[in-house]
Design a protein. Structure first.
Lengths: 334, 334, 334
């Protein structure tokens, strides 16, 4: 299936070959530059949550491709939005997303959306309703800038792994939970499980008891592993998990059993501060590269020693955001 | 009078011929495209209130014309502003609009302003002081992005009516008040009265007792009607109002007798929820088109059934915002 | 030393000759226009505090030079940032500036920073830690958009003084403290002391007892004066200070002895409302020009009569912001 005109909501909607095509374009543009698109793509960037890297890289990528991005923050500088169908809108939201999406689809060539979970009810949040509503009504490609997955981060991570590891197939990818003093979106953890298996790696998820990722994403990871010849392991054995790892990716995420009850989870989480990525743990690996999506709380999730070590890919991965996204925009809007 | 260099504060400052000239340019650009302006227009967009469509369409229009827009939100990312003359500025405002406007006039080719009423005292708000102060001092064209009228919305509405009705003269334009759970700016209602009569239509204003528009605007509408051969009717008879209508435009607005006393008005307003635009009412019309300026509270102001019907112009009108404004900028700054 | 690739953190890092080179480029571009830079400079504008002129002029200057600026507001639309080294980040800040700065250095050709003091402890604030941390890690030129000095404002002021006074050497520059109802950043006062002496002027600082500028800046001003053949005088004698002045620059600033204790300083400050710049004081000068960096509280810091007089440079100075900054960007990134 050609990539032109497609949505970019999850890497799961794309074959490995399609993802590799985007990554190849990214590597080529990074090395040899890019051409403006004839379509001069106009992007709406809808941010329901803060951003530094995502906004910078999308605004610059649009401009580099000869287009223009407009950043809107519904509920702040733009109107708050309703996404449920058919209800009388007599609450806070002034605008229904079905109208906003259709209007944005008239003005723009793509609508890009960041909308984190509301952290009250996971059965609701996992439906990704705002993104799905925008997809349904925009009439132009919709791009996920992080909701319950973060596919643009996946492009940057995959591009970085290809640069560092050369071949990803058969390599051991460790996704490790780390402590964090606040409840946090699980999107990047879900995404790391998806992209590592999509790239043919053997995924180990290291997490304390109770901190499993949603089965929906684990099932997708297992399907990927099966298709690409990799494997999926879940463990709470720190030593075993780090042993032989080729790439360590850390992220904090919430305990789904306590979703929306942060005060309770806080106590459950407290004993697991030792999951921090540190030098002794890294010493057990196969001289692994290590990364995180940023922003990252230093010395809580990863020690300075590791973060500033030669194997750290923090800045390379973040820097690759613009190359991954420019390539994806080139393929989808070119 | 040539349009170049003019302010765009209210359509009342323009003859019908001049408005038609802007609309003709809009229709032409919409059909056949546009050329960047040699002047590469630099626009300051001053938003004292939120926006989605207006900001998107102005930012894109500036860029499409080869220029650049900078969005400023005084009191948020820019300094709060004083507009009264001669007073010692020892309150919250750090900056006088006379200085800000003159500085913006040095940097930009036009200053565009959204500044809603403060909803405390209509005799104050109706003076439109912030807009008038900026007009006085900017030294470059000033464009109203909604204060107590919304002339850019009028361009989009007029363009949409010309597309749908072909000829507007002699057609029945129904402006109907609808319920809304909050106090709301009356600008678009005022504007609908102005532009419909300017376009030679017979205006019927349907509103509950006490919800009259300010006489200042009704007088302007009557002047327009007189000049263009139309008429102006005000009624609270729902059946009579809808009967034979060619275009239904709905909007909520506040009761001027209770201006700034929202808690009191709430009770006065409550019995009028049935003014909602619904299918039975629409059935009484001359197969009318129906629209609203957006954002719109669905199933409070208009039912989903009507909003999503083939006669609904919600998205067409919003989509025409960029064509109306690009044309206006072309005429004024070209 | 060539200017290309340099940081622009303080005018003290530049010789008078280098500053004059930037000013000459500014005057030339203002008169005859400019060319886009081949480098198409991409600027990150990091605003930890509000802005009108600085943001407008940087966004427009980047665009005029063929580049693009992205405005980020950490703690609002971007993540809050930590700048201290080595600490466990378990507080509010989600991101360490060392990571953010390095990432921005990957995306952008320069990182521009506005970060006011926190007004709690001057010994901390005077270290300018956020700016210094960004400088240390960005790997690209860093530009000060106002921290504890405001060198971009200095360029605009110097350009304006050259336009008005022709020759600045030997002229009397009066920097006068004025009352202000709130605590305020001292950056522009520090900067006025630096640039006036850098330009060979005789600096008089007029301030109430206790309102001395930090010795760090006064020492730099005295060094400048020594090098350029000027002088530095500090006084609380209003008549003597205004007498013979060629350029009057007013600014409010805080009492360093009460730094961070605003409720106490308020009482100390109250008796000095008469430091306001007014016509009787201006009458004592050598027909001086008068200015302020804006935003300015009229009739508190300067009377309308003076602000709107023919000798007022308020708007000329603000208008010169874009010329000074475009020239500086041309020299540093061209």
């Amino acid at each position: 299936m050609p990539l032109k005109g497609r949505n970019f909501l999850s890497t799961q909607d794309f074959t490995r070959k399609e993802i590799e095509q985007i990554l190849a374009t990214a590597a080529k543009q990074k090395k040899s530059g890019w051409k403006p698109l004839k379509s001069k793509p106009k992007l709406a960037l809808l941010f329901f949550n803060p951003s530094l890297r995502t906004r910078s890289s999308f605004e610059l990528a649009a401009w580099q491709l000869g287009g223009h991005a407009v950043t809107l923050q519904p509920g702040k500088d733009a109107w708050a939005m309703e996404w449920r169908e058919g209800i009388p809108m007599d609450g806070e939201a002034e605008e229904h997303v079905k109208d906003a999406a259709r209007v944005l689809g008239r003005f723009f060539d793509a609508v890009c959306v960041r909308c984190f979970p509301k952290f009250q009810d996971w059965t609701v949040d996992k439906q990704d309703s705002m993104l799905r509503a925008i997809e349904r009504y925009a009439g132009v490609p919709v791009i996920n800038m992080e909701t319950i997955v973060h596919p643009c981060q996946e492009l940057a991570l995959a591009l970085t792994m290809k640069e560092k590891l050369k071949k990803t197939d058969g390599k051991k990818f460790l996704l490790t939970w780390t402590f964090h003093p606040k409840g946090l979106n699980t999107a990047v953890a879900n995404s790391a499980a998806l992209i590592s298996t999509k790239m043919g790696m053997n995924l180990t998820v290291l997490r304390p008891p109770g901190y499993d990722l949603d089965p929906m994403f684990m099932d997708q990871a297992r399907e990927n592993a099966k298709a690409q010849g990799g494997s999926v392991t879940v463990t709470d054995d720190i030593d075993a998990a780090y042993k032989g790892a080729d790439f360590v990716y850390c992220k904090s995420w919430g305990n789904l059993n306590y979703f929306g009850r942060w005060e309770e989870e806080k106590k459950v989480r407290e004993p697991y501060r030792h999951f921090i990525v540190d030098a002794p743990k890294m010493a057990k690996t196969n001289d692994a590269y290590v990364s995180h999506c940023l922003p990252m709380r230093r010395n809580v999730k990863m020690t300075d020693e590791v973060a500033d070590s030669p194997r750290s890919c923090l800045i390379d991965e973040a820097g690759n955001r613009i190359h991954g996204q420019r390539a994806m925009l080139t393929e989808i809007l070119g």
